[in-house]
Write a protein that binds this ligand. Sequence first.
Ligand code: 6PG
Length: 248
Amino acid sequence: MKSAIHIFDNPSQMAEALSSALIAKAEAAINKYNVFNIALSGGNTPGLFYSHLGKIYSDRPFWKNTHIFWGDERCVPSDDPDSNYHMVSELLIKNITIPESNIHRIRGEEKPHTEAKRYSREISQFLPKTAGKQPVFDWILLGLGEDGHTASIFPGTSILENEAKNCVVTAHPVTAQKRITLTLPVINSARKVTFLVSGRTKAALVTSIIKREKGSLRLPAARVCSARGKLDWYMDTEAAAQLKSISS
Ligand code: 6PG
């Protein structure tokens, strides 16, 4: 599976490039399907991207046909600083003109298993499906954890390719914090998947995953393959430091 690698000298350049790519994708999807369904990532890395998008492109018409979902959520209240919804709401949603009904948050305050079922139903009801009945997002944005996790699929969990559900409950391996996450089959059914990675601490991991080095396939992030399209990597020069052949 081909990866498109985009490397940037500084975070603002990366935020602008990813914003332009997202807008082009949104406008194309809305032209074709009248809707653009995106699942956003949590963590720290995408913060600048969300605030850039919210500041520079706040009143673009595509927002009214864009539906925002999350790839994963921490099981905390929506106003908790740890909440991925809280982060996206503060940096992006509060600054853009988007109907409230287009925001499909994971309700971290609910009982995890009950909410995983509810969110799974919401995804199934709302998204088109592949022939294999997997819901299809137009775009899923992912981060990369230092242990090779992505969304909240952590190494060693059984949630790999054969998971039949749209989303499941997991627990952070260090903090034991309960999470709700999309499963790999849903992630891999997306029309486009983008990893957004920054910092030197991820350089070895990025190289190992992109070059599919021995042993990398035990890492959930290495199992992301976007069966329907191309996998994009947006990263800064630090995260790309160990990549020899660079194409962008
Ligand atoms: C989360 C994310 C998670 C994150 C990675 C990278 O809820 O935390 O979905 O997968 O993207 O842990 O996090 P950083 O961007 O903070 O390095």
